[in-house]
Design a protein around this ligand. Sequence first.
Ligand SMILES: [Zn+2]
Length: 394
Amino acid sequence: MNDQPARSAPWSETDGVFLLRSVATAMVRLSDIASPGTFALPYPDEAQRALNNMVLNCLMLKARPPESLPHLVEWAAQRPLDRWPITLPPDAVPPGSLLLDKATRQPTQLCYEWAVDAEDSGARYSEQRYMAAASSRCREENYPEAYQAFRLLLVRRPVLTHRELTTIPAAADGDLGPLVDLMHDVYQPAPAGYLDRERRSYTACARCHTLLHLTTEDGLWCERQRCRNLDTVRRGREYQADDGGGVQLLIRPLRQWVSEPGAMETRLARQLTAIGADVELWPGFGAYGMRVRLPDDTVLAVDHKDWASPALLGRRATMPSPDPPYDRCVWVIPAARLRDQPAFRTTFERYRWSASPELMTDRELLRAARQLPETGRVGTRYADSGDEPTGGPF
Ligand SMILES: [Zn+2]
């Protein structure tokens, strides 16, 4: 009936899982306040707690503990997680992965994924409270155009000058209506780690338009894996530090969980439209990423999910709200992710809680969509019947 790998029971909340979440949260917290490695006593509570827990864990495992918080930061930037003295469920961390980027000491994407896995800090480091606020304000005022303009602005303009922020209509494609206030929460003055002190300027990535971070060797680094996969850094727009009253950067959770998938969704939407699908981005005030009516009339709810950890992604596998309704739901990952991590799909399947959504690469989705005949409706909508549809490539 199904050829998916057998699923393990969801992982128990082992000490190792708690500990890794605690260290990841500490690294994210430290990156908020300073360049890790330059902070001073007293350490933030989260960081001190993570250090204490780590030391205790090492003593129990008879391993050599980190001697100080700067030492723990060095572990995070130098020692792959699969070589930490932590007992974790199988495949909980991708081999060779780090919590901090070596060249910038900035939290990696994986570090944020672990931080949002923690219940007590998850809301703080995820995009959800901002996006939920945007959604409910626009829903209350029945203003879907403002919601769409907001999402597009976050995708296209992760960097704004202060003047652009205060004259939003000039930066956005449409009227942001009730969301103007929220803009001042989600855009913040660009942190010092991005500033070239000699030139007194910030440089944006030519590919994704977010700011490039300075490396410890005076190079430039893009936080998006997709940009880093493409040979060298490409310099885009340069902002003088005082341009337009100062440079504002979209906060990291929104860059990671909204801008980046949004850029992939807009690209996939264009590709699907080109093969005859009818696509609506962020329908139902962001109920899911895109609603796709395929040439055979099947309706998909599609979300782009480019996660570093297939285990943590699997733990989040749930179906989106059925408003607006759909026949099937699909989580799309970039084909490059599977090339880099051949066990991605197997690990995701092992850790998922529910049979839906289906996991596909962008290429698989496009290939399957191209093969569809243009026929009438197939399947039954989840929202109408609660039954799973059968048959066909979707
Ligand atoms: Zn980039």
